[in-house]
Design a protein around this ligand. Structure first.
Ligand SMILES: NC(=O)c1ccc[n+]([C@@H]2O[C@H](COP(=O)([O-])OP(=O)(O)OC[C@H]3O[C@@H](n4cnc5c(N)ncnc54)[C@H](OP(=O)(O)O)[C@@H]3O)[C@@H](O)[C@H]2O)c1
Length: 368
């Protein structure tokens, strides 16, 4: 294990959102001993289960089964706010936030900007030294964080993993571990030269530490560090999968990804969405899509082999939970439109799915 990046003081990392992705990636940063990052969790509905057990159970395809005992578990945001009076936490007084502030705040909630402003939720936790890390699907997720926290380093992360919380405090990772990281400066739309700006450089530095810990402490073999443009390109590329299969799963009456491809018209529709994103992304990003990223045909081929998978948006719809419509459909449509590019296939999905969700909620309130 390399020691080149060993900090002198303990590094305190807080995960806000202790679901499938949060618990898996927290557990792969966790090592007992003060020289390593100390991992704390801010769960929500699963708080009691995790706090009572004192750990999260992981059932993983990649690392076997194990228990991850977080350094501290907080019942609410207020309890996790660092204050001058809080003593330096020890394992015995585990629910005390670090008096010097959080080094990293990693947001692994579902990205639902139409429901909650997570930037406001975490605001009391953020100090000048805090690096914000967003491990969430979709595009445009970083913008509200940059607006509220103009000087904090931000790391944007895209993960290719299949994981779920099978019951409170028990996480199953079915396959894949890949996490792609990139600094987030001021967004690619501004005139500030991103790679040459202080907040971008700081974000890049913090990203490299995180990548090293996940690789060396966590044993994740496919942790990737990127430039801001590369990471945004990866976000738009991942959209080819999420914006094609997820909404279609709901609108087609509950069909999984591979199943959608057995229907001739749905197959044309899925490929049409992927090609629309591939055509729009270079105009949005100002750079071509690299050939190294899988083509729509390749994505379709590998999806066909992965039978039985049901996308998270379908699971959310069936459970009556809000879906990540804004970051997967609304943001790309708006971001592209602001650059004079229309995405009619995505726009149709956005309009229909958004309306379905609103109508169901109205019915639930007895208004219809
Ligand atoms: N799971 C995957 O395989 C996968 C793969 C790639 C990308 N992603 C993306 O990763 C992100 C996280 O997904 P996930 O699957 O980990 O979702 P998840 O299992 O539903 O976990 C999200 C967690 O965040 C909690 N939460 C929401 N708002 C919160 C708040 N204000 N304070 C504290 N906790 C809060 C939720 O609590 P409640 O239970 O109380 O709602 C839940 O425990 C999403 O953007 C998703 O699209 C997931």
């Amino acid at each position: 294990m390399a020691s080149s990046n060993k900090p002198e003081k303990p590094i305190h990392i807080l995960f806000v959102g202790a679901g499938a992705v949060g618990c898996f990636y927290a557990s792969r940063l966790h090592h007992v001993g003060t020289e390593h990052p100390l991992l704390s969790l801010k769960p929500r509905s699963n708080y009691k289960a995790i706090a009572d057990a004192g750990n999260v159970q992981l059932q993983t395809h990649s690392f076997g089964n194990y228990a991850f005992a977080p350094y501290a578990v907080f019942p609410n945001i207020d309890a996790a706010v660092p204050s001058a009076s809080s003593s330096s936490p020890t394992a015995a007084a585990a629910a005390t936030p670090p008096s010097e502030g959080w080094d990293y705040i990693i947001v692994t909630t579902k990205a639902l900007p139409d429901r909650t402003d997570d930037t406001a939720t975490i605001a009391p936790l953020v100090s000048a030294k805090s690096c914000l890390v967003l491990i969430q699907n979709g595009v445009g997720v970083e913008e509200p964080y940059r607006k509220r926290f103009p000087h904090n380093p931000i790391v944007s992360a895209v993960t290719v993993i299949s994981a779920e919380q099978i019951r409170h405090g028990v996480i199953r990772q079915n396959r894949w571990t890949r996490i792609s990281l990139g600094p987030y400066g001021h967004g690619l739309s501004t005139t500030t030269p991103s790679s040459d700006d202080q907040v971008t450089r700081l974000s890049d530095e913090r990203m490299r530490s995180l990548a090293q810990w996940w690789t060396e402490l966590g044993g994740i073999r496919d942790v990737e560090s990127h430039t801001e443009l590369e990471l945004q390109t990866i976000r738009w590329h991942k959209l080819c999968i999420n914006a094609a299969f997820n909404p279609t799963a709901v609108l087609s009456g509950g069909r999984g990804n591979a199943d959608q491809l057995t229907d001739a018209e749905l197959r044309i529709h899925v490929l049409g969405i992927m090609n629309e994103i591939r055509d729009a992304a270079p105009l949005v990003l100002g750079a071509p899509f690299p050939d190294t990223l899988a083509s729509p045909e390749k994505i379709v081929k590998s999806t066909e082999r992965n039978t039985g998978g049901r996308p998270s948006m379908l699971l959310d719809w069936e459970a009556g939970r809000p879906m990540e419509i804004e970051v997967i459909l609304g943001n790309p449509v708006r971001i592209a439109r602001a650059r004079g590019v229309e995405m009619p296939r995505l726009q149709s999905l956005y309009a229909l799915l958004g309306s379905m969700q609103r109508m169901r909620e109205e019915r639930g309130k007895g208004k219809l």
